[in-house]
Design a protein around this ligand. Structure first.
Ligand SMILES: [Zn+2]
Length: 168
């Protein structure tokens, strides 16, 4: 296996949302509510326990630091601090059962390939997309809602440093 990492939203950005209750990138007010759906949380990449946990909805552009053309959209995180997902080479267990679309991007945000793997096929799908010529990173989206969930890159990728530098 070539190795990959699933990257949640930056932890500093998540903390900024919690402390200001605004979108750090756009300034729009964030919305706090008791979770009525599974989410997931874009920081720890776990599903919400509906009716039990509070979550924050805010506007997020997942292309910041990657491309000049933004695509702002709504995302949720836990209202309380949670540990950002950081396991290398693993796909988050609680995401596997969700309806997922993997979008593999090349230069200038061009979508080179797109797959909708079943739970059992996800890791092999990720490996295949990352081995496709020209692919720089993958976005994971919810197939039903269309919302951004997480980014995937090769273990040796440099795009994370790029992103971190714009979020600090
Ligand atoms: Zn969380």
């Amino acid at each position: 296996m070539a190795g990959f990492r699933v990257l949640p939203i930056d932890s500093k950005l998540a903390e900024a949302v919690r402390s200001t209750l605004k979108s750090p990138q756009y300034g729009h007010p964030a919305h706090v509510e008791t979770a009525s759906g599974y989410g997931p949380c874009r920081a720890c990449l776990k599903q919400f326990r509906a009716g039990e946990e509070d979550r924050i909805l805010f506007t997020f552009n997942p292309f910041q630091g990657l491309d000049e053309y933004p695509s702002p959209g709504p995302v949720f995180i836990h209202a309380k601090s949670c540990a950002g997902f950081s396991k290398s080479g693993q796909f988050p267990e609680e995401l596997k059962s969700l309806p997922l679309t993997l979008e593999a991007y090349g230069e200038n945000r061009w979508i080179i390939a797109r797959e909708r793997p079943s739970a059992a096929e996800i890791e092999s799908s990720v490996e295949r997309l990352l081995q496709t010529s020209g692919v720089l990173y993958i976005h994971v989206r919810n197939t039903e809602a269309g919302c951004f969930i997480a980014r995937i890159e090769r273990n040796s990728g440099t795009t994370e440093n790029l992103l971190l530098s714009t979020c600090s």
